[in-house]
Each structure stands twice: as C-alpha cells, then as structure tokens.
Design a protein around this ligand. Sequence first.
Ligand SMILES: Nc1ncnc2c1ncn2[C@@H]1O[C@H](COP(=O)(O)OP(=O)(O)O)[C@@H](O)[C@H]1O
Ligand SMILES: O=C(CO)[C@@H](O)[C@H](O)COP(=O)(O)O
Length: 476
Amino acid sequence: MSAARTLVAGVDTSTQACKVVIRDATTGELVRSGRAAHPDGTAVPPAAWEAAFTAAAEEAGGLDDVAALAVGGQQHGMVCLDADGTVVRDALLWNDVRSAGAAADLITELGGGDEAAGRQAWADAVGVVPVASFTGTKLRWLADAEPDNADRTAAVCLPHDWLTWRLSADRRLDTLATDRGDASGTAYWSARTGEYRFDLLELAMRGRRPAVPRVAGPAEQVGVLAGTGALLGPGTGDNAAAALGLAARPGDVIVSIGTSGVVSAVTTTAVADVTGTVAGFADATGNHLPLVATLNAARVLDAAATMLGVDHATLSDLALSAPSGADGLVLVPYLEGERTPNLPDATGALHGLTLRTATPAHLARAAVEGLLCGLADGIEAVVAQGVSVERVLLIGGAARSAAVQQLAPGIFGRPVLVPPPGEYVADGAARQAAWTLSGDAEPPAWDQPGLQAFEAAPATGVRERYAEVRGRTDGQ
Ligand SMILES: Nc1ncnc2c1ncn2[C@@H]1O[C@H](COP(=O)(O)OP(=O)(O)O)[C@@H](O)[C@H]1O
Ligand SMILES: O=C(CO)[C@@H](O)[C@H](O)COP(=O)(O)O
C-alpha cells in the first residue's frame, strides 16, 4: 500500500470565475479541480466570491484532505470593511473606471498642480502612475462620492486578501494579510522599498487612514483554514500567481489574454515608468513584475463572436480564413473604455468598412488583430524599460483560440510558446501553498508543462495600420 500523498489547493478568484485546483505538494500533479462563475459587472458584492469559492471547492471534491491553501486573485479591487469586518459597499473592480477623474486629480495634487511633476512623483514613490484601476484612486472616489462609506471604512484590502481572511479561522481585522505582488497594485505600497506609503493612502482618503493588510513574505503562513486547520499561504495577485505557476524566470514575458490583457515579465530590479504604461509591480517570489494591462482582451473575442452569432471555434476559423490585415478593416477594441492607453471613456471603433471587408471573416480577423496589436504595444513598452525577451508565453482563456495562437507570432514579431490550456493562476497559488508548507527557501520544483511553439512571418503593415486608425479615432 502506498503512503498517502500530501495535497495542496490553489485558488484563482478572478474577474469572471473562481477556480480551485488541488495538486500533489511534491510533484505538482493535478488531482482534482472545480470552477464556479462570478457575477457580471465592475462592482461586485464580495460575498459572491466566497459563494463561488465554496461551490468551486465542492466541485473539486472538498478541502478536508488538503494540507495548505493559497489564493491568487484579480488585482486592485477595493474591498472596504467596517470596524466589525462587515463589507461597507460592493467592491469596485480593477476594470471599473468611475475613478478616472480621481486618478487625474491625484497625479496633479502630488505634483503640486503640475501634471508632469505629479507623474514623476508617483513613479518615484510607488512605481506606478495612477489610473482608474488602482485601489488608491478608487479610495479617492469613495472619499468624494460616498464620504459616509469612507468614514465607516476601518480597513481596506484586495479581493485575494479578503477571501484568504474569510477562509481563515481568525477573522479579526488585524489578521488581514497580503503579499508584495498584490500590495504593489494599490498605489500606496512601493515594490522598490517594500513599504506602505501611508501619506499617499491618506491623500487618497482625504485624511482618513484605514488599516491595511500586513505584507507577508513570499511563503509566509498567514493563518489556518477554518474547519480543517490547513496552512494558509499569503496568496498574491493573479498575474504574480501565473508567473509562479509557470515558474517564469528573467527573460520570460507572459502574455495573458483573460478578461484583462496583460504583458508581464519577471525582473530582479524595480521598474518605474513615468509614462505610466508599465506598472512597477512586484512578483510572488521577492522579485519584480513590470506589467502592462489592458481592459479589453478575451471579451473582445466574446463580443465579436456574439456580433457574428458564432462560437469561438468558428470565430477562429473565420479569422484564419481572412487575409492578413483584413484588407484594411481595423477594430480598435476599447469596448470597456481603456486603461493602456489611458482612455477610460473611449469606445470601440471599426474602421475601413467597404463592400469587400463587410464579411464575417474580415470582422473576425480584425477583432483578433486589434486585440493582438494592443498586446504587441504592451510587449514593446516592457522592452523599452530594459527588459530582455527570451521567451514569450501565451496564457489565459483566449489563448485557447487557434487564431490567437497562429496570428500572435506575426503581430508580436516573435515566436510564441503556448502551454496546454490550464489554470496557471490557481496553479501558482497551489505552488505557493506547497512552498508555505515546505518552509524551504525556494518554491517546489514541480514539472512544467510542455510548450507548443508557434512561429509566423512578420505581419507586415498590420500594426502600422492599427496605429494609424487608433490615432485617428482615439477610440472616442
Ligand atoms: N477558445 C476560446 N477562444 C476565445 N476565447 C475564449 C476561449 N475559451 C475561453 N475564452 C474566453 O476566455 C475568457 C476567460 O478567460 P480567463 O483567463 O479564465 O479569464 P479571467 O481569469 O479574467 O476570469 C472568457 O471571456 C472566455 O469567453
Ligand atoms: O488589473 C489587472 C492587472 O493590473 C488585471 O490583470 C486583473 O488582475 C484582472 O485579471 P483577470 O481576472 O483578467 O485575470
């Protein structure tokens, strides 16, 4: 009879769903998994995340035999708690743009009335320049639009911090914990210094100073799971978790096409981009994770499929049947406003419609190319920060699209490696849980999935035409 193996659980509380994986702590082998949907919308009651977690964990066969658990999650969301730990209002998610004006105000205020000086001051202070996504700008919106709720806010935390805390046996407010990866997306914690900037938190909250989670070390235990006593790892933001799940190393650029489109890279030094294009985030291992994020990614293909009345497989076939550049039809995919470039009020645009291009195939091609052109800009922005690119890894729900896989190398101008479809955020959280359990200096050396390589000739002129149309419409 073989000895029972030790299991760990990893959770991805992402924008659209909660995913739970249960893996062998030693080998990383996938043992069980589950998933449950989150509600739509950019303001969500956190209780819905807990309910989805419970359903996903149940689908994964429960957690009774799990020795450690960690949570990766959508970044930046503002979760406000009162002194009793009750949620004050629906959480505002990373893709909620109502705080765009607050972001602009915070930049100017820190610059003493000068926008350029403000950008520099924010980049120097916390490695990011405020946009609507970041938690700090949402807090300023709260202070101005809902001052009573701001007054009631005794503590503020992020989606993964909150879910970890709710799962913990000890739910006193002072046990709230986060990690470097997610703290770096608040705009009031610096990845360079490893410290909170309470002055910036107070600036955002107009003088109020709610409690914030303790920033735990990469594999530090932050509590135990209520009911079972399993160890709780610190968790992290979803992008840092994906990097951990893929065992990304310096030289790797990860392109994730989920609800958000993300280009990120593991580096050993902090990045501070005064243009705000690249956010100077931290990773989940003690390194850094410079990152470009767009608001419009997988849902661009969802929307194109809806417009054409087809499923994703047909959308992909249609896109691959059209010529490169779609005969000049360009889709600027700012369907939810946009964060990079910072155009929170933008809408999408379709340019170049003619009798020749008014076909389902051309529209499908334009949707895939528009999505990929925005990500190609992100890769260039990361490279401009001095990041060297040895491998480009493509993950996220829309990385399952054959058209995305085949067209990305031509538009990125680089070969692309695609791991098998999987839940790399949840996997990274599971790997962190195993690391917390082992207490070792390094995360466990789990086998990495095989990578499928895609190459293509450069898609001549496609990015140039996209840039021309984007510049002409600005998506407005
Ligand atoms: N084969 C496919 N082609 C294109 N898009 C897909 C495909 N499969 C899933 N998606 C899309 O991927 C998205 C979910 O991706 P995921 O990475 O899980 O997102 P998130 O982590 O933001 O919740 C959904 O919008 C879904 O429609
Ligand atoms: O805002 C960012 C990164 O800065 C997003 O990447 C969110 O973290 C949401 O991720 P997904 O749910 O799309 O994976």
